[in-house]
Design a protein around this ligand. Structure first.
Ligand code: ADP
Length: 172
């Protein structure tokens, strides 16, 4: 069973096997955690992403899916890129957000990763309310049945960390 842990911090500094990136479907970089991962990991990650665009993902990585690249100069071995849904109050896209976590863990299992760090996918530029994003994220990981030993949520900022902690306590 996957152990879920929460830390406040910067995902690019985590000593884990795989770091999950809240990417956009172009895979060619963006702001937020995506920008931080590419900046810190260096150009090898983008080179791998370009190869993926030229081969399997000509139209980009679909929302809810996940794919791995090198982690370049990050302490991790792999970056697993996943594309969260943009928050729209009138549409329930929670299944797509849950899919990001499930698919990332499936990719991690395929790589043989034992420790995986996740950001709060969709809870930044994509506008998802943090409490709702946390509920979906924690449930999806808890129910994934993945072989990964530790799924570590790395929350950037005290407020997001506190909300995840409260949701985790409430979910038991
Ligand atoms: P999205 O477009 O999926 O919303 P963002 O990168 O904008 O992705 O935000 C996702 C979450 O990642 C937000 O909570 C944001 O504060 C957080 N974040 C930004 N930089 C980092 C980082 N270096 N480490 C961990 N989390 C980060």
């Amino acid at each position: 069973m996957t152990r879920i842990t929460l830390v406040q911090g910067d995902i690019t500094e985590q000593q884990v096997d795989a770091v999950v990136n809240a990417a956009n479907s172009s895979l060619l970089g963006g702001g937020g955690v995506d920008g931080a991962i590419h900046r810190r990991g260096g150009p090898e990650i983008l080179a791998d992403c370009r190869r993926l665009r030229a081969s399997r993902y000509g139209k980009g990585l679909p929302t809810g899916q996940a794919v791995a690249t090198t982690a370049g100069r990050l302490p991790a071995r792999w970056v697993i890129h996943t594309v969260g849904p943009v928050y729209r109050p009138e549409v329930d896209n929670s299944a797509l957000l849950a899919s990001c976590y499930r698919e990332s863990l499936r990719v991690a299992d395929g790589l043989g990763a034992e420790t995986v760090a996740f950001p709060a996918v969709s809870a930044g530029i994509y506008g998802w309310p943090v409490e709702d994003a946390a509920r979906i994220a924690l449930t999806a990981v808890a129910e994934s049945g993945a072989a990964v030993a530790e799924a570590r949520f790395v929350l950037f900022g005290a407020e997001t960390f506190e909300i995840f902690r409260e949701v985790m306590v409430a979910q038991g």
